[in-house]
Design a protein around this ligand. Structure first.
Ligand SMILES: NC(=O)c1ccc[n+]([C@@H]2O[C@H](COP(=O)([O-])OP(=O)(O)OC[C@H]3O[C@@H](n4cnc5c(N)ncnc54)[C@H](OP(=O)(O)O)[C@@H]3O)[C@@H](O)[C@H]2O)c1
Length: 278
C-alpha cells in the first residue's frame, strides 16, 4: 500500500502520497554554475538529537527510534536529484568499519530502480559525482564509486598535510583545496564545484559541514525530519556544531508534512526550510 501523509503547510491540510513528494521539488533544476543548489537533510528527535555517543567507547550511532522506511524513501528521493554528493572522511571511516551502509549510489537495489530511471528521464547522469571532505585525509576509499563509474574528488583545506595531499593525487584522485585553514569552507567548496559544472549538491555530511555552509550563506535548503520521541542520552550530537550563528541561522518554513504511522508507531514531521534573506 502506498504510504500517505498529511500536508499541513502550505495550504489547507490535505492527505497526499508520500512517495514522489520530494522528487516533485526538482532540485536538479534549481541551481546554476554561479549558484549551485546546496541542500542537506537531517533526522532528529524532539529533544534535538541526531546521534547518540557511547560514553564508554566514544562511538556514535543513529538510534533505531529515528529510523523509518518512510524517511528513508524521502532521503532516496533527495539523493536521486543530486549531480554531486558531498560526504566526508568520518563517513568513509564508518563505512570501512562496517558501522554504516554505503549510500553513495542511486537506484542500485531492486526496490529503487525507478529512481535510476527517474534520473535518466530527467537528464541526469546515471550516478552523481562524490566529493569527500576531510581535514585529516586519513580514510580509505571504498571501491563502490569506481565500480559505478563515479567521478570522485577529495576536498580539504589549504593547511592539509602536503604529503597526504600528494599521496591522494598520486593515487589518481583530484584534490580540491577549499579554504585556508585545515577544514573545508562552504564558500570556496561551492564555488569550485559550481565551476566544474555541478548544479545540485546534496550534503551527506554532518554538523561541521552544515555549520560552514550556513555560516558562509551557501545552504539553499534544509530538510528536517523530526521523529516524535524524546531520546535523552547524556552524550549526543545535534545537527550543528560551532559558535553562535547569528542572522545566518534565520530560516523560513517552506512546507510541513505529518506522517502519523512512523517511526515505530509514533509519528514524524517532514519539514523543509530555506534561509531567510538578510
Ligand atoms: N540523524 C542524522 O540525520 C545525521 C546526519 C548526519 C550525521 N549524523 C551522525 O551524527 C554524528 C556526527 O556526524 P559527523 O560524523 O558528520 O560529524 P562531523 O564532526 O560533522 O564530521 C566528521 C568528520 O567529517 C570530516 N569533515 C566534516 N566537515 C568537514 C569540513 N568542513 N572540512 C573538512 N573535514 C570535514 C572530518 O573528517 P576528517 O577527520 O577526515 O578530517 C570530521 O572528522 C555521526 O554519528 C553521524 O552518523 C546523523
Amino acid at each position: 500500500m502506498t504510504a500517505r501523509m498529511l500536508r499541513l503547510y502550505p495550504g489547507k491540510p490535505e492527505e497526499i502520497a508520500l512517495p514522489g513528494t520530494y522528487l516533485a521539488h526538482r532540485l536538479h533544476e534549481r541551481g546554476s554554475a554561479a549558484a549551485p543548489f546546496v541542500y542537506a537533510s537531517f533526522v532528529g528527535s524532539l529533544d534535538g538529537r541526531i546521534a547518540l555517543r557511547d560514553p564508554a567507547t566514544g562511538e556514535s550511532r543513529l538510534p533505531a527510534g529515528l529510523v523509518s522506511g518512510n524517511d528513508f524513501r524521502l532521503f532516496l528521493e533527495l539523493q536521486a536529484q543530486a549531480d554531486c554528493l558531498v560526504t566526508h572522511g568520518g563517513y568513509l571511516r564508518d563505512l570501512a568499519a562496517g558501522r554504516l551502509d554505503d549510500v553513495l549510489q542511486v537506484g542500485t537495489q531492486e526496490a529503487t530502480r525507478e529512481l535510476a530511471q527517474w534520473r535518466a528521464d530527467n537528464g541526469l547522469p546515471p550516478q552523481p559525482a562524490v566529493v569527500v571532505a576531510s581535514a585529516s585525509l586519513e580514510f580509505s576509499m571504498p571501491d563502490s564509486p569506481a565500480r559505478h563509474g563515479q567521478r570522485v574528488l577529495i576536498a580539504t583545506g589549504g593547511g592539509a598535510p602536503p604529503d597526504r595531499v600528494a599521496r591522494w593525487r598520486a593515487a589518481g584522485y583530484e584534490v580540491l583545496i577549499a579554504g585556508t585553514g585545515m577544514s573545508v569552507e562552504g564558500g570556496p567548496l561551492v564555488r569550485e564545484l559550481g565551476n566544474m559544472g555541478f548544479r545540485s549538491l546534496y550534503l551527506l555530511t554532518g554538523p561541521r559541514m552544515l555549520d560552514t555552509m550556513v555560516r558562509d550563506r551557501r545552504l539553499s535548503r534544509l530538510y528536517l525530519t523530526t521523529a516524535h520521541r524524546l531520546l535523552g542520552g547524556e552524550s549526543f550530537h545535534s545537527m550543528l556544531s560551532g559558535p553562535e550563528l547569528g542572522d545566518a541561522g534565520r530560516l523560513r518554513l517552506c512546507a510541513l508534512h505529518y506522517d502519523a504511522s512512523a517511526p515505530d508507531g509514533t509519528g514524524q514531521f517532514f519539514a523543509h526550510f530555506e534561509p531567510q534573506p538578510a
